[in-house]
Design a protein around this ligand. Sequence first.
Ligand SMILES: [Ca+2]
Length: 196
Amino acid sequence: MNVQALTQTTCSARSAAAACVLASVLFASGASGNLVVNGSFEDGLNGWTLTAAADGSDFGLSGPGHTGLASMGFSADSGLEDVIEQDLATQAGALYQIELWVMNLGVGNDLLSIGFGSETVVFSPVNTPLEDWALITFQAVADDASSTLRIGAFDANSALLVDDISVTLVPAPGVLGALALAGLRGSRRRGGRACG
Ligand SMILES: [Ca+2]
């Protein structure tokens, strides 16, 4: 969703109060709504639970970062994943956007799996551009009030770097419509006011 474009269109097209309500909801769901603690690894491994591969484990803080100085490096060499996990407070039935940046330092003999609740997306081989950051993003519905975000990886040839991991709530169309309607009703009571 292009939040900037949507809010601008809404402000110019309809009641100012309704547009203000809608805009505030959209901005609340932006980057500041990231549920992941320390998704950029600039605070070490704070917030993450690590599980080492039974054989060939090799993972830990690394660099460069996509932003900041640090990222998480995965280099396990026996075809078994090292895993980092974090439990997130979610709304059952709600849709979430999962994003992370990955840099692959050598193609082949590698795997990246990203799990959110019961959904898992797997890349093997990880065929993103070599030695450059690439954005991976997908959406998944939360099954429960708590959803485990799980990143698992190995790279026998070289290393995979992961950084800037985020999970944000995707506002449901029905919710946006109801909030816009509430704003319209409010504008009638107050007689309307300028947006911004
Ligand atoms: Ca970082």
